[in-house]
Design a protein. Sequence first.
Length: 146
Amino acid sequence: MDLSLLITDNIGLDSSTAALQEYAATELLIFQNKQAEAQIKLDQMLKQYPGHSLTDEIYLLKATLYLKAGDFQQAISNLNFIVSNPKYDILSDDAMFMMAKIYEENLNDKAKAQELYNSLLLKYPGSIFTVDARKRFRKLRGDVVN
């Protein structure tokens, strides 16, 4: 389903699939555990295809790589780019949820995590992350969660 959404979201008006092919090649590099090469390739894509519909996916993938490397501030920076830019609304809930989890699980900033979970619940009530965000929010607030 994610692959279908990725393709339909990014082929739209641009009949050229060059950027999508490069993105797929970058995902292959990640699968091959070549994170440094993938990070370089993603940076090149941002320069080569400014404003492309893949930009939000590129930032999300960069954040995932930074998260795996333990660079939480860089991950948050990339996720925040998606959340703060209304043009990338389709992945905003993903980015906000990921950011909240980083604050909760990695940075132990429970207040910031709670704030982000609450924002996700208010801004994206139809998100697939709503149920999990609500549970995490309640747990951080101190409620008894089943």
